[in-house]
Ligand binder design. Sequence first.
Ligand code: SF4
Length: 326
Amino acid sequence: MGKRGIQYFTLSEIEPRIWFMLTGCNFRCKGCFRPARDGGGTLLSSEETLERAERACIKHYGNIPSKAMITGGEPALDREYLLALVRGLKKKGFKEIVLMSNGYEIGREEKGDYASDLVEAGLTEAHIDIKAFSEDIHIWYTGKSNKPVLNAVRMLNDTGIELLIQTVYMPGIVEAEEIEQIAIFLSSLNHNMKYRINPFAPTFAFEEVSRRPTIEEMEHAYELASKHLPNAIISRSCYREYPTPPPQETWITVYPDLTFKRRTIKDQEEDRISWLSHSKSKPREEILHELTFKRDDFEYRQKLEQVTRSFYPSSSNPNSNKEPRD
Ligand code: SF4
């Protein structure tokens, strides 16, 4: 079994849980904003990853929290590593084990029933991105076919675990009609599938292939999707700096050497600026100059907050579904 690069773990103070940020990805999405895409981090076996995650949790929470989220980059690249990680988390007492993936490896036919193996190992929930329904758009945007991705959604749905599918609205690339096609596909598998539509955020995108959608465009996509899926929602996960940002102590980053840091929004921006500067071989000043024209205004974020819907509007904790900023 191979090792995977771990960029860091994230601990939440809203609700005890831990995120695993694995590096490396098999896609090259033009609009990617995740430095973890390009590898790096500390190479660890699944046992080493579990041991450090456990030590981080014990140090901060005093015990093992109930929820673990495995993200990246792409966490499913090494099947044996991922299965061992999920098995180990279950053994350590995690009750909810969530995988966030582009689905490609899980749905490849030569991989057999990767989805069932994950569920047998202890996976309880998967979040899968469908970047585009049209094969040509998907290949252009990610560099890969979407057939394995759609297959992964089918296979995961067949296992009966909790499933959330997400698509980013990108004006001129993935618009309302494309999103409706995805909703029709999902509805054919499971009418109650949860489906989240996120707006494209150009600020830290690797390539500025699109603009942010207007609120009206997002509403239109939602209307078309919700004709087929009652559990469709508009979300905002590309917009991490909410109009009402959570207190800075909300998220704690733990590096693989077990140093802890409360990273601020500024720290996270700095990571992205360094990543863009390094991977595009551009001087930092040039990246900063470009960013000044791409920042999202406060009014847009406020309006987005207003149209954001929740799967469970009666949920008592409005922060419970928020994800950490990278
Ligand atoms: S957006 Fe996700 S799937 Fe696409 S390249 Fe970036 S990390 Fe990979």
